[in-house]
Design a protein around this ligand. Structure first.
Ligand SMILES: *[C@@H]1O[C@H](CO)[C@@H](O)[C@H](O)[C@H]1NC(C)=O
Ligand SMILES: *[C@@H]1O[C@H](CO)[C@@H](O)[C@H](O)[C@H]1NC(C)=O
Ligand SMILES: *[C@@H]1O[C@H](CO)[C@@H](O)[C@H](O)[C@H]1NC(C)=O
Ligand SMILES: *[C@@H]1O[C@H](CO)[C@@H](O)[C@H](O)[C@H]1NC(C)=O
Ligand SMILES: *[C@@H]1O[C@H](CO)[C@@H](O)[C@H](O)[C@H]1NC(C)=O
Ligand SMILES: *[C@@H]1O[C@H](CO)[C@@H](O)[C@H](O)[C@H]1NC(C)=O
Ligand SMILES: *[C@@H]1O[C@H](CO)[C@@H](O)[C@H](O)[C@H]1NC(C)=O
Ligand SMILES: *[C@@H]1O[C@H](CO)[C@@H](O)[C@H](O)[C@H]1NC(C)=O
Ligand SMILES: *[C@@H]1O[C@H](CO)[C@@H](O)[C@H](O)[C@H]1NC(C)=O
Ligand SMILES: *[C@@H]1O[C@H](CO)[C@@H](O)[C@H](O)[C@H]1NC(C)=O
Ligand SMILES: *[C@@H]1O[C@H](CO)[C@@H](O)[C@H](O)[C@H]1NC(C)=O
Ligand SMILES: *[C@@H]1O[C@H](CO)[C@@H](O)[C@H](O)[C@H]1NC(C)=O
Ligand SMILES: [Cu+2]
Length: 626
């Protein structure tokens, strides 16, 4: 046979053509301004809109496309950026979006072009990544269509559905009370509502005997949600952009920033509608106001004229729901367990009251504090010193990864809350986690924290689940692995936005030498820094003369002196209040076993929240010995 028979040539031409056609450029112009929204029908408020609209537009591309987002910051009073959550930004680290990590915050009036190739499949989202700006509505789905998905021919239509928590007040109104001496336990702000696709009471119109792909994304800032559909099981086919072996499930637990794609086959009969039920994980909430609707019903609507009944939940509390365990999912590509790590990082989550009396979140002893120069720019301006972690400053908590190393992160949790951790620039294999979902998820919560023991663990899975956000259980741990094959500065952080604002993150500086060889920063990005009055060269302190001199770096709050414990400070606050208000019973109330971040004493958290301003401030800064 001739090496280039007619049909081979023809096939090659088609392949080439389809490749050329597929690799198109998709451009979005985003004029970001304040608009009003009222998604729960209870309170109209200012939200971050795009081109005058909210809910925001869904970004849709095909795999292989070049995505360009021209952002104009028209907010007038606030800086912002965009992070494209789950995009590897392979070769385009400068497009990743987190302020002071890979770019400067984009000040009001400035423009910034994000431009990168999307060579991934599945369900993603985009959100603001500057201080805490996305709970004000600046978040939406990003979908990568893939005609070659193994399940592509198995469904007829697809739905994109987001779930989220919602506040009636702007972040700028909430934050000062959250990071405050009145809130030393770090009790997170309680949402006012839980949204389904940025509204409530929605119906997904379906035909009988038909299979749908539903992409579900938790775009909230704080609370995980359970998800199920009355009378219907479904098949999980994707988590966080990774196709999975088709796996039947009935209930999902969707942590902040996690995504699931499921196939749902409808029934043959159209005589009734079925509830799509979302239940907020109330274990995360320090108080549950009576007006807060934790359970919400939306509908698979078979018949618009049939009743749309509220779901009846058959368990006593959300934590009795027994969700599918994502740890057990097998990626469709069957990627085997990565070999033993070349480099290992072990850190633990801690919540602590620091010297200013505020509650902070720490990994080991470090509460992430943004540097004076975006860390990416420090890499590119530091020459041979880029491989010395000192130049990035102590409080960005930097780790230098060598190109192509297998990296293992052991994350232990000394805190009684769960934390959905996200790694930028990668997904990772989840090779160990305890305790597991379902009835045992809170098993360690009442005893002492249980750290990972490298000499005593269950066998690692042969083909571990991969995703880009994984939930760290209360007082337990997880172990993840990935290959450092994507040079860049990548944030590893808790995706509860309140916790990130308390410092629950650290930086992985991956292959800095390769970054210097391969990367350059577009002039427009540097112009944005100038407009924002942020330096673009130098170490974390902005020192360009001596990169090892960190004098003047931004630093975290100092620790309380020995003996000045969280318990002490809370007790102190209460003795001050009780003295002030004469409510002696509060002091009697359980102070003897008060735990930090204590979920069993919601009344105390509430009292602290409701303290008269100024009641404790002066006393708290005084020296106090337990
Ligand atoms: C953005 O929208 C605002 C409000 O509609 C408008 O005043 C402004 O001119 C727009 N800016 C750009 C760059 O489109
Ligand atoms: C949703 O339905 C409830 C109950 O019928 C109603 O009280 C509420 O106003 C509705 N909310 C929206 C946003 O449609
Ligand atoms: C986007 O990036 C590509 C690849 O680097 C480049 O060819 C193209 O000109 C860029 N487009 C814009 C609008 O910046
Ligand atoms: C969810 O909201 C988005 C944006 O508002 C919309 O495009 C999409 O169709 C909605 N999904 C469903 C299932 O209605
Ligand atoms: C359901 O669909 C299948 C094909 O997808 C068809 O064979 C079957 O007859 C349908 N059943 C009903 C009750 O419509
Ligand atoms: C869903 O799966 C559960 C087991 O996981 C099973 O008990 C139940 O009968 C299934 N329900 C439907 C509607 O298929
Ligand atoms: C992405 O899709 C392709 C098929 O289009 C598949 O071969 C590949 O395994 C998918 N990637 C992941 C991470 O699931
Ligand atoms: C619908 O009917 C077809 C046969 O007509 C059957 O194969 C299928 O299992 C039925 N689907 C459901 C969800 O009952
Ligand atoms: C839930 O219970 C209420 C009260 O018993 C009832 O009116 C309603 O029909 C039930 N909903 C469903 C979906 O069965
Ligand atoms: C919500 O669901 C929980 C179970 O998860 C239940 O305990 C609670 O009573 C429900 N609340 C409402 C208002 O239906
Ligand atoms: C090993 O781990 C198991 C499960 O956590 C625990 O019950 C057991 O005591 C541990 N064994 C040793 C020797 O530490
Ligand atoms: C990045 O691209 C390189 C090839 O240029 C590839 O080897 C590597 O696996 C990619 N990494 C990720 C995380 O996509
Ligand atoms: Cu967290």
């Amino acid at each position: 046979m001739a090496p280039w028979s007619g049909s081979t040539l023809w096939a090659a031409t088609i392949l080439l053509l389809s490749w050329i056609c597929a690799a198109k450029t998709v451009t979005y112009d985003f004029n970001v301004t304040w608009v009003t929204g009222n998604p729960d029908g209870m309170t109209e408020r200012k939200v971050v809109g795009i081109n005058g609209q909210w809910p925001l537009p869904i970004i849709e591309v095909d795999k292989g496309d070049q995505l360009i987002v021209n952002m104009h910051n028209g907010l007038g009073d606030k800086s912002a950026t965009i992070h494209f959550h789950g995009m590897y930004q392979n070769g385009t680290n400068e497009m990743d979006g987190p302020s002071m990590v890979t770019q400067c915050p984009i000040p009001p009036g400035a423009d910034f072009t994000y431009n990168f190739t999307v060579n991934q499949n599945g369900t993603y989202w985009y959100h603001c990544h500057t201080d805490f700006c996305y709970p004000d509505g600046y978040r939406q789905a990003l979908i990568v269509h893939d005609d070659n998905a193994y399940f592509h021919d198995e469904y007829d239509e697809e739905f994109v559905v987001t779930v989220s928590d919602w506040y009636h007040e702007l972040v700028e109104g909430i934050a000062p009370d959250f990071l405050s001496v009145y809130n030393p336990t770090g009790a997170e702000p309680i949402p006012d509502a839980f949204l389904f696709n940025d509204t409530l009471n929605s119906s997904l119109p379906v035909k009988p005997n038909t299979t749908y792909l539903i992409r579900i994304i938790n775009i909230g800032a704080f609370v995980a949600q359970y998800f199920y559909i009355d009378g219907h099981n479904f098949t999980i086919v994707e988590i966080d952009g990774v196709y999975t072996e088709p796996t039947e499930a009935d209930i999902l637990y969707i942590g902040i920033a996690q995504r699931y794609s499921i196939l749902v086959t409808t029934k043959n009969s159209t005589d009734q509608n079925y509830a799509i039920v979302t239940v907020a994980d109330s274990v995360l909430l320090d108080t549950i106001p009576p007006t807060l609707q934790l359970n919400n019903t939306n509908w698979l609507e078979y018949n618009a004229s049939a009743p749309h009944l509220q779901a009846n939940i058959t368990v006593d509390q959300a934590s009795d729901l027994n969700p599918f365990d994502d740890f057990t999912l097998v990626p469709y590509d069957n990627m085997p367990l990565l070999p033993d790590p070349d480099y290992e990082i072990t850190v633990a989550v801690n919540m602590e009251v620091m010297g200013n009396g505020f509650g902070y979140a720490l990994l080991d002893n470090i509460s992430y504090t943004a540097p004076k120069v975006p860390t990416l720019y420090s890499v590119l301006s530091s020459g041979n010193l880029s491989t010395n972690s000192e130049i990035y400053g102590e409080f960005t908590h930097p780790f230098i990864l060598e190109h192509n190393d297998v990296v293992q992160i052991v994350l232990n949790n000394n805190d009684g809350g769960s934390h959905p951790f996200h790694l930028h620039g990668h997904n990772f294999q989840v090779i160990q986690r305890a305790p597991s979902y379902g009835p045992t998820f809170y098993d360690y919560a009442d005893g002492d924290p249980v750290p990972y023991d490298p000499s005593n663990h269950t066998a690692f899975p042969a083909t571990p689940a991969r995703r880009d956000v994984f939930v760290l259980p209360p007082q337990g741990y997880f172990v993840i692995r990935f290959v450092a094959d994507n040079p860049g500065v990548w944030f590893f952080h808790c995706h509860i936005d309140w916790h990130l604002s308390q410092g629950l993150g650290m930086l992985l500086i991956e292959a800095p030498t390769q970054m210097q060889e391969r990367m350059s920063i577009p002039q427009q990005h540097l112009d944005v820094c100038q407009a924002a009055s942020v330096l673009t060269t130098g170490n974390a302190a902005g020192n360009t003369e001596n990169f090892l001199d960190l004098a003047g770096q931004n630093s975290q709050q100092s620790f309380l002196p020995n003996g000045f414990t969280a318990r002490g400070i809370v007790a102190l606050v209460f003795s001050v209040i009780s003295a002030l208000l004469g409510v002696v019973f509060i002091v009697v109330y359980g102070l003897s076993d008060l735990k930090f971040h204590n979920k069993e004493n919601p009344e105390i958290a509430m009292v602290i929240e409701n303290l008269p301003k100024g009641a404790a401030e002066t006393t708290v800064v005084n020296d106090y010995k337990d």
